[in-house]
Write a protein that binds this ligand. Structure first.
Ligand code: HDE
Length: 714
């Protein structure tokens, strides 16, 4: 029984909204209904609530009934419209990349690239082009968590003056398969198993590894997907890649091959796996929130666009086929030229209207940027347009504001269809016409396909130049630091430990033997498996490929704590000077301090000042911070030593190799957390204001990797 009986006899005479009392609440005019509910009424700046067709609504709290306790009446058009619209609020989620986060911004060109492309956005130094970016995970459904081990989508829509260019990339430069015809199989295998509907947003299950272990071409991508690249700390701390080789074409028609890279201004950083598992529980929206907060606080996320440019001669000489999307061109062989920056400076106004309805299509290109014959790219050029029709339900999805060209007008003779918004005027809806109406083609400005020669028989055949599946997988692995190699082995062990069929585990290890013997042994041992024979390989693994240091995250650390967060666990009596100095040192670094208090209302610091909490201890576990500080009074240290969430805060920070700043008062807590005896160079003195700057300087290393071998044995 609800607390207020809206329909009881005594209010029957007020069922049309009569008898409500108007009250003031702040600046708002509020009405109180007979049932006690309070709601805003129109007046002043508050507009009148209407139906979709503009009819003013008098009562949005009660449906029309025959008598206060009687049946609802079909006649209630406002009720029916409201519920009808609600029933249709959802659209099909993306079949992949369902979970995403979008933002607006701009791209600024550093230079004119007119010598290599006629693409308008690259013609003028300093030119700014509006963009919309959507980041995503791949396998999980829309409501899944942000930190599964997964590839991240990095899709950019440039609203250029010559049309929209969509660069629909990922945070890894290669892909699992070489031919688009395998995509449905790959995705079926990766998503929830069809009979049981789980596991959600993870590849740690039999179907995925069954498919992968039967698909040697995926091995290079598997090395990336099992590396720390698959668990980025923030969307702001990851690279992006166009993956395929594209073409730039200049005004003279000369073509140059190009691979696209995005380089994050704040450098790369990942979480450790155990941290990812816990973040997904503590804050499933970890990445979304981080991007939102960064933009809202004016700390705009930024990437540089990098190009690897090469010609046909290089392509002919290079050891792998540049059309094969399972291969990279090492940066050491073709350096990345930075040509502009992407800045995200505006969050969306409405998630559905923009992030959900944005329709990226690889075939959205502009004069000066053309495709190559990469069979994955060719397949994508069909898939994206088709998928948008399914999702958005009409061929007019280009009229949705986020999808409309902004930098230029658009005219053609396409007409009508579901939800057509444009009112096309005039008699001519075809051309040529003799009414002198409508747009015409423009050979000089229009998109022209680069006239690449094509010849050959019609065949279903994978080229021999795509046959080497292990050499670059090996190159990626050997380019990692020992720590990162350990993470790849641990990730493979974790995933394969979730595989219930031993034969699949074994088959997977047989591929690892073609990549690196050490890796294969490590994984076999961790699975308690006998080392199988190497998998039969179409081509022997090349042992001559050099390490590519650019592939390691740790070797390319930012050496800065900018854009990161320290969580300070505090108690009543916490040293106010230390907290002030810590905040100042972090702000100087471009980083943030968050206060984690036993109670959200805050604490009374040593100088009597009141410091509000940003999080209550169980809502702000250390996993959501990049480093932690324990700023406690003697009593506070003793009190929190008895609090399991505080012990987890410290134990996790230590286990996740974070820098910890603390004073002697934290000793009881460190002891109870089981880390007191193991204090190391990553546990720093933070007892007085002068310790703050050295502590923040130490945090620039982001993690105290030296600790890892002491906290992880299996
Ligand atoms: Fe996608 N992919 N993909 N993909 N992809 C989609 O399009 C597809 C591939 C990528 O934020 C879908 O709008 C095929 C590579 C991103 O809205 C769909 C193949 C790369 C996004 C589709 C690939 C990507 C998608 C699903 C193999 C990195 C999210 C919803 C040939 C270069 C875009 C949609 C957003 C989304 C098909 C492979 C990146 C079904 C057939 C390789 C970032 O069209």
């Amino acid at each position: 029984m609800p607390p207020h009986r809206h329909g009881s006899k005594d209010v029957a005479s007020n069922s049309n909204g009569g008898g409500r009392k108007t009250v003031r609440f702040g600046d708002q005019e509020l009405a109180r209904g007979q049932g006690g509910e309070v709601h805003q009424v129109a007046g002043g700046d508050t507009p009148v609530l209407t139906t979709n067709l503009g009819t003013p609504v008098s009562d949005d709290q009660n449906s029309l009934r025959a008598g206060a306790r009687g049946p609802s009446l079909l006649e209630d058009f406002h009720f029916r419209e409201k519920i009808f619209h609600f029933d249709h609020e959802r659209i099909p989620e993306r079949v992949v990349h369902a979970r995403g986060m979008g933002a607006h911004g701009y791209f600024e060109s550093y230079d004119s690239l007119s010598d290599i492309t006629r693409a308008d956005l690259f013609q003028r130094k300093g030119e700014k082009t509006e963009v919309f970016v959507r980041f995503s995970t791949v396998a999980g459904n829309k409501g899944s968590a942000d930190l599964p081990r997964d590839v991240r989508g990095f899709a950019v829509k440039f609203y250029t003056k010559e049309g929209n260019w969509d660069l629909v990339g990922n945070n890894m430069p290669v892909f699992f398969i070489q031919d688009a015809i395998k995509f449905p199989d790959l995705i079926h295998a990766a998503k929830q198993e069809p009979d049981r509907g789980f596991p959600q947003a993870q590849t740690a299950h039999d179907n995925f590894w069954d498919f992968i272990s039967l698909t040697p071409e995926s091995m290079h991508m598997i090395m990336w997907a099992m590396s720390d690249r698959a668990i980025p700390r923030s969307l702001r701390f990851m690279e992006g890649f166009g993956v395929h080789t594209f073409r730039f074409v200049n005004a003279e028609g000369k073509s140059t091959f190009v691979k696209f890279h995005w380089k994050p201004r704040l450098g790369m950083q990942s979480v450790v796996w155990n941290e990812a598992l816990k973040i997904n529980g503590a804050d499933p929206d970890f990445h979304r929130r981080d991007l939102w907060d960064a933009i809202q606080t004016g700390d705009y996320p930024e990437w540089e666009l990098g190009l690897q440019l090469f010609d046909q001669d290089f392509a002919d000489k290079f050891g792998f086929d540049v059309l094969d999307p399972t291969k990279i061109i090492p940066e050491e062989e073709v350096p990345v030229r930075r040509v502009g920056r992407l800045v995200l400076d505006r969050v969306v106004d409405n998630f559905f209207a923009e992030t959900e309805q944005v329709a990226f299509c690889t075939q959205n290109t502009v004069p000066g940027i053309d495709f190559t014959d990469d069979p994955l790219l060719q397949g994508r050029n069909f898939s994206y347009l088709d998928t948008q029709l399914k999702r958005l339900g009409s061929p007019n999805f280009h009229e949705i504001p986020v999808n409309q060209p902004r930098g230029c007008p658009f005219h053609n003779f396409q007409r009508d269809g579901h939800m057509r918004m444009t009112v096309n005027r005039g008699r001519a809806n075809y051309q040529p016409n003799s009414w002198g109406q409508g747009p015409r083609e423009c050979p000089e400005r229009g998109f022209t396909t680069h006239p690449a020669r094509v010849e050959g028989e019609k065949v279903r055949l994978r080229p021999e130049s795509f046959a080497d599946h292990y050499s670059q997988a090996r190159q990626f692995y050997i380019s990692q630091t020992e720590i990162e190699q350990g993470h790849i082995a641990a990730a493979l062990t974790f995933e394969l430990s979730k595989v219930e069929t031993p034969a699949i585990r074994t088959r997977m290890v047989s591929h690892l033997r073609n990549i690196d013997e050490g890796l294969a042994k490590k994984v076999a041992q961790s699975l308690r498996l006998e080392l199988p024979e190497p998998a039969p390989a179409a081509m022997p693994t090349r042992m001559d490929l050099q390490k590519s240091p650019a592939l390691s995250i740790i070797l390319n650390g930012p050496d800065s704590f900018r854009g990161r967060k320290v969580g300070a666990l505090v108690s009543d009596g916490a040293d106010a000077e230390v907290l002030k100095a810590l905040k100042a040192a972090l702000e100087k670094e471009g980083a943030m301090l968050k206060i984690v208090a036993p109670m959200i209302g805050g604490i009374k610091a040593s100088d009597g000042s009141w410091i509000e909490g940003d999080e209550k201890i169980d809502g702000g576990p250390s996993v959501v911070f990049d480093a932690v500080a324990l700023v406690l009074s003697k009593d506070g240290g003793e009190m929190l030593a008895k609090e399991s969430t505080a012990r987890d805060f410290v134990a996790d920070a230590f286990a996740h190799l974070k820098f910890i700043g603390c004073s002697d008062e934290a000793a009881p807590l460190l002891k109870k957390a089981g880390v007191f005896e193991d204090r190391d160079g990553g546990v720093l003195q933070l007892a007085s204001a002068s310790d703050a700057e050295p502590f923040v300087a130490a945090c620039r290393k982001l993690r105290f990797w030296e600790r890892e071998s002491k906290v992880k044995q299996v």
